[in-house]
Design a protein around this ligand. Structure first.
Ligand code: COS
Length: 388
């Protein structure tokens, strides 16, 4: 159910103040320490950020997709590590349950995810399985009233902090592709679950990823999402449709922040006796960035509205994710360029955000996978005579 316009405006204003007053001033501290401060997480919990997308009956704010994207556009103005800590609960760490879970699974986990009491992680990628997600090798063998999981998941966002993992595993060894995959809910602390060391990354310090390893890990049959085998790949794809919209809004919000930064610097920095913002070649970088960020905003919000209307948004989400993640890379590069020498120096944020933004073109489906999804749908539509 959508919020009334005043409540939505108030929420967005509160988020903007939180980002400006509480998050952006702590970016350097988080980047240097590679830790997310406990008081920041506590404040995020109090504000309900972990439950933006979760229905009110499970303790969340129950925002529509469009409202959620409007919130994310603001929250993403801070360095991406801040968003990362609650974003898996809003997106890929909760949506498998929200979309395809049984009533019992929703009642058991969604309230704790919404409050931020536990962090949810999404475990699809494996050492040998990235873009070709349907060929995953982790197995889940039925044994009486339980399943026994074996395998390794790789680069799992928030895994070091997670209380709950949505794990895609193969229940049917005779089905090598997507149809043999099922989705499970695995709680942290289950015997047989272990974690690798946190990876050292190019950027986004303060956000953590590591391997998740299952060795004869036993879960009850009730841990199978939706209670139906063979649906796990489709669940993962539906989760990623939504996740890709989230990434697109994160890219757009960060681009808008960097445009503000480059403008502020351009107006302050004097060369040849005047602010560099007065030079047309610098203005071209402002203008290209602004037009591209506006296009990304329009794309993500239109896709969000289509999702709220109940339409299939697989292609629109891929278009938004592809365009926005490529766009934010260009804007991050121009932001460094406008800052000149200062743009290359650690003490300024342009350098950090340039590295942080690089991940967006890779996770939740590379640009090349988004291109594949978009083109496949175009061809299928044209073949079926459905393309206008
Ligand atoms: N929603 C619902 N169902 C979907 C779907 C979607 N968005 N996309 C695919 N499916 C269904 C298909 O309809 C098909 O169902 P049937 O078997 O009933 O026909 C099934 O899922 C398999 O789909 P498909 O044949 O397209 O699977 P492929 O193995 O060709 O893989 C890609 C498709 C490449 C798109 C997929 O593997 C993918 O998204 N890869 C990237 C993974 C990724 O983003 N990883 C990032 C890690 S998560 S942070």
């Amino acid at each position: 159910m959508s919020l009334d316009p005043d409540t939505l405006a108030q929420l967005l204003e509160t988020l903007r103040r939180f980002v400006d007053d509480r998050l952006i001033p702590r970016e350097a501290e988080v980047a240097e320490s590679d830790e997310m401060p406990a008081d920041v997480i506590a404040e995020m919990r109090e504000m309900g950020l972990f439950g933006l997308s979760i229905a009110p009956e499970y303790g969340g704010l129950g925002l529509t997709t469009e409202e959620e994207m409007l919130a994310m556009l603001i929250l993403a103005r801070a360095a991406p590590a801040f968003r990362s800590i609650f974003a898996t609960n809003v997106g890929i760490g909760s949506q498998g349950i929200a979309i395809d879970g049984t009533e019992a699974q929703k009642a058991r986990y969604l309230p704790r995810l919404a409050s931020g009491e536990i962090i949810g992680s999404f475990a699809l990628t494996e050492p040998d399985v990235g873009s070709d997600a349907g060929s995953l090798k982790t197995t889940a063998r039925r044994d009486g009233d339980s399943y026994v999981l074996n395998g390794t998941k790789r680069y799992i966002t928030n895994a070091p902090h997670a209380g709950l993992f949505t794990v895609m595993a193969r229940t049917d060894p005779d089905q090598p592709g997507a149809r043999g995959v099922s989705a499970f809910l695995v709680e942290a602390g289950t015997p047989g679950l272990s974690l690798g060391a946190p990876e050292r990354k190019m950027g986004q310090q303060g956000a953590h990823v590591c391997d998740v390893i299952f060795r004869d890990l036993r879960v009850p049959a009730e841990a199978l999402i939706g209670g139906i085998e063979g649906q796990g790949f489709k669940t993962a794809m539906k989760v990623l449709d939504k996740g890709r919209l989230n990434i697109a809004s994160a890219c757009t919000g960060l681009a808008e922040r960097m445009i503000d930064d480059m403008l502020a610097y351009g107006l302050e920095r004097q060369q040849f006796g005047q602010p560099i913002a007065g030079f047309q070649l610098v203005q071209a970088m402002f203008a290209d960035s602004q037009a591209e960020a506006m296009a990304a905003r329009a794309l993500v919000l239109e896709a969000a509205r289509a999702r709220d209307r109940g339409e299939d948004v697989a292609m629109a989400a891929s278009c938004a994710k592809m365009f926005a993640s490529e766009m934010v890379g260009r804007v991050a590069d121009r932001n460094v360029q406008v800052h000149g020498g200062a743009g290359y120096i650690r003490d300024y944020r342009a350098e950090q955000l340039f590295r942080d933004a690089r991940l967006f073109r890779i996770y939740e489906g590379t640009t090349q996978i988004q291109q594949t999804i978009i083109a496949r749908q175009m061809i299928a539509g044209a073949s079926a005579g459905k393309r206008k």
